[in-house]
Design a protein around this ligand. Structure first.
Ligand SMILES: Cc1cc2nc3c(=O)[nH]c(=O)nc-3n(C[C@H](O)[C@H](O)[C@H](O)COP(=O)(O)OP(=O)(O)OC[C@H]3O[C@@H](n4cnc5c(N)ncnc54)[C@H](O)[C@@H]3O)c2cc1C
Length: 421
């Protein structure tokens, strides 16, 4: 692949390159620009689908109309930016009440505010429309291979979310590539293409399954069956609010070695995965009471596809003929996305249990095998062994942003002094 520009030995195309333009990537860019740490011409955000587009699309496909998190969690740095944005536009009614903490924004308010912030910092002008396929940490710089050419950068901030990794139950292995079977979190899933008179099965019992089932059940002509093997569990947030403070309780993680099984298990214990907040549960309950959704409590044990129809047989012997089977069974391992797999195989970077990156607890810099910190830092779900169960969330972006921009502040200042004649 041809280089994008010809460089001198000491120069690089960019000073900081952010890989991934989701909530985490956008927040990092905003922080860097707001702190005036970098010339915007030397900052890049590489993402193949556009800034915030992947998350916006996922929310739309799941039928999500409100955020689970409070209005102080958004992509800007001032915690009240989103509330002020709503007030200035007479959109206070889009801040929805909650039983814990501050009100929650509607999805459209959250994204309109995020877009406004992107415009304010002109982030679109920093965006490169490409997928990153390889990254090499060369000590002096980081070489990033993309579908549109190579970028040489001094610092690389990885913010790729789950990187297309999703989970299916074991019994579905043979079905995954068949036409009537999809995963709601797969980028190719299109809710609008679910057939008009289709009988639709949804597998899952958490927030995504509940939102999708209630949304599809409101459309005429759909028979919706929800396959939820366990009782529904209602939790306002994805974990206890204690974890949101990133101090005190978070020290529990740091008592264990980085990228260890013990840390991964602590994250799993702390997260309320498979739960839904009260407002989603109430909507689901109403749809069940009105018989718009059929609830199947037994687990599917065998499913086969023939002629565009899936026949699913449950443990209790009940069988269903379905035109579509949609999995809402969550994301896969954050360390199993394409880029992380590549980095694990090819690079001099340290990984641990299940391929988790070995990150420095203070700066989120990915450690090299020789024990020195690399020029790559990680924000998002892949930093969960440092930041805990909210690492992937919007609040996690804010914490990661503070740590990463904190260390970059001193590094960029020092590098500038070095390059001055
Ligand atoms: C349905 C749903 C609802 C949620 N609701 C909330 C909520 O209410 N509150 C909350 O705090 N959190 C919520 N979350 C968690 C949410 O995922 C995060 O807050 C946020 O989207 C994660 O941002 P991210 O930037 O890490 O990942 P993403 O939003 O997934 O962004 C990652 C970006 O990286 C890009 N990318 C991936 N691979 C590459 C590559 N190789 N090269 C270049 N770019 C790449 C992708 O295109 C994408 O744009 C929700 C999640 C889901 C799925």
């Amino acid at each position: 692949m041809a280089p994008l520009t010809v460089m001198s030995e000491t120069d690089t195309d960019a000073v900081v390159t952010i890989v991934g333009g989701g909530v985490h990537g956008v927040h990092l860019a905003v922080r860097l620009l707001q702190a005036d740490l970098i010339d915007p011409n030397k900052l890049r955000i590489v993402d193949p689908v556009g800034l915030l587009e992947s998350f916006r699309r996922t929310c739309r496909q799941c039928g999500m109309v409100e955020f689970r998190s409070p209005f102080v969690h958004h992509v800007a740095t001032d915690p009240f930016s989103l509330r002020d944005f709503a007030q200035a536009r007479g959109r206070e009614d889009e801040l929805r009440p909650t039983t814990v903490g501050a009100e929650r924004p509607t999805t459209s308010l959250f994204f309109d505010h995020a877009e406004w912030i992107c415009d304010r910092y002109d982030l679109e002008s920093l965006h490169t429309d490409a997928r990153v396929t390889a990254i090499e940490d060369t000590r002096r710089a980081v070489e990033i291979e993309t579908t549109e050419g190579r970028i040489s950068t001094r610092w690389c901030l990885l913010a790729v979310g789950h990187g297309r990794s999703v989970t299916y139950p074991e019994w579905a292995t043979e079905l995954i590539s068949t036409q009537p079977v999809t995963h709601v979190l797969d980028p190719s899933f299109d809710r609008d293409s679910v057939g008009e008179t289709a009988s639709v099965g949804i597998v899952g019992g958490g927030i995504t399954a509940a939102q999708l089932a209630t949304t599809l059940s409101q459309l005429p002509g759909r028979d919706v069956v929800l396959f939820a093997r366990s009782p529904f569990r209602v939790e306002t947030l994805e974990a206890s609010t204690d974890w949101m403070h990133f101090s005190g309780v978070i020290e529990k993680f740091h008592e264990h070695p980085p990228a260890s099984r013990a840390r991964e298990e602590l994250v799993a214990e702390a997260r309320y995965d498979g739960t839904m907040p009260p407002y989603v549960f109430r909507r689901l309950q109403r749809a069940l009471e009105r018989k718009r959704i059929e609830l199947e409590r037994s687990e599917i044990t065998v499913a086969t596809e023939a002629g565009g129809t899936v026949v699913a047989t449950c443990q209790d012997g009940t069988a269903f003929c379905l035109d579509e089977l949609i999995f809402a069974t969550g994301f896969g391992s954050p360390y199993d996305g394409g880029l992380f797999r590549h980095l694990r195989r090819q690079s001099t970077l340290q990984t641990g249990y299940c391929g988790a990156p070995v990150l420095d607890d203070e700066t989120l810099r990915w450690m090299r095998r020789d024990g020195s910190p690399s020029r790559i830092a990680v924000s998002g779900v892949a930093a969960q062994q440092v930041l805990g169960p909210f690492a992937r969330n919007v609040i996690g972006a804010r914490r990661a942003g503070a740590l990463i921009v904190g260390f970059l502040e001193s590094k960029l200042g020092a590098e500038m002094c070095e390059t001055k004649p």
